[in-house]
Design a protein around this ligand. Sequence first.
Ligand code: DOR
Length: 471
Amino acid sequence: MSSSSGAVGHIPLAVRSAAPAAGLLSGSGRSHQSLVTFTDVRVVDPAGGRDGAANVIIEGDRVASVGRESRGLRIDASGLVLAPGLVDLHVHLREPGGEDAETVASGTTAAAAGGFTAVCPMANTQPVADHAGVIEQVLRLAREAAMCDVYPVGAITRGLAGAELGELGAMAAVGVRCFSDDGHPVQSAHVMRQALAYARTWDAIICNHAEERTLTGDAQMHEGIQSDLLGLTGWPREAEELMVARDLILARGLGARIHVPHVSTAETVALIRAAKARGTRVTAEATPHHFTLTDQQVASYDPVYKVNPPLRVKTDVEAVRAGLADGTIDAIATDHAPHPPEDKEREWSAAPCGMLGLETALAVTITELVRPGVLTLPDAIAALSTRPARSRDIVGHGGPIAEGTPANLVLFDPEERWTVDPGRSHSRSRNTPFAGRELWGRVHHTLLRGRFTVRDGESVTPGDDDEIGDA
Ligand code: DOR
């Protein structure tokens, strides 16, 4: 067994951040002389086609071997799964401008605690990341303080206003691979088509928050029986489906790449499935809340369940699960959307949309999809790591785990139960919809280029002597 204690754990306490992360284009990574072997671990590596027991040797920032050998410090990892570090295509780190909710440091500390080694923060910061200056600022913050690699998403339009394109070329030149006005749909088909055409120049990806605003207006929740009962304005499912259909048609016509974020309805899954069958260059993601929770939760009027797109109904949840199972939906992404209590804990109609997700995604996936048999564990790792990395052209994450590859890894116990305690989150915010839930699957270690960002379930404080071989 590993050195961690207890069958029922908690998210460890927050610690200061600042760490070994590199980030987009920096490709750094300090040289280490360290050497460690995780012995008798279950290696789940979808990219390498491996699921089986092995000893895994880490030397410096790389995997040195996967096999029977052991060298250096030996850490008994029997009972643990070793997988490529998780990759989140959709997070909100709020910096610059929203530091009361989250920072690059706090958000990436939460990410590492959840087993992530790479995250893609959205552009709805203040100022908006619609030009290279803000992208470079986020990259600098990441170099100084991030606990995982950071691949910023650039805005599609100036100020997220939907009218004029942002400086896509300048952002692409500093490494941006994906553009999104997340939270703000691009309403104009003309602007969307322009964005797809420009992005195609760099083979970059457009990710549009799909919401036909003429149908949603001041909607408060999913439109259906529940919204009628609760007296809240409804957000009809067609608002998502119409815009996804439009975007798929536009992307197909141009041969451009499109990514559909936070898929929430059965018809959206069907549209993406059909588009993939026709060869459209589309990828898609689903959030843990959309494959787990329904609009029934809204009956509490607790704004922690307020999110955009809204929680739907059971048939949608089942369709999203089926989409993940058959690969129509490529990735599980959290849409980690921190909001400070003074904003979120208000009456329903005044509260902002969004939920935390980084620290619970792996465990919710294991509990809700792997244990009930919707996904195998390798399929779950593919959706949480390998496919998101590939879909965003992120190199060095997502596996394979083999000699010479960067040691961006997570080790977790899929059988260990713990209870979600928002008070112990590493996020600056507390708005998790899974508070009090008992979940299976707990992260023991996260490694970024061979250095622990989480060790024995605890975040590694930067400056700690965290060389892997220094036990
Ligand atoms: O619920 C949401 N919150 N959905 C979004 O698209 C944006 C996000 C946020 O930024 O808080």
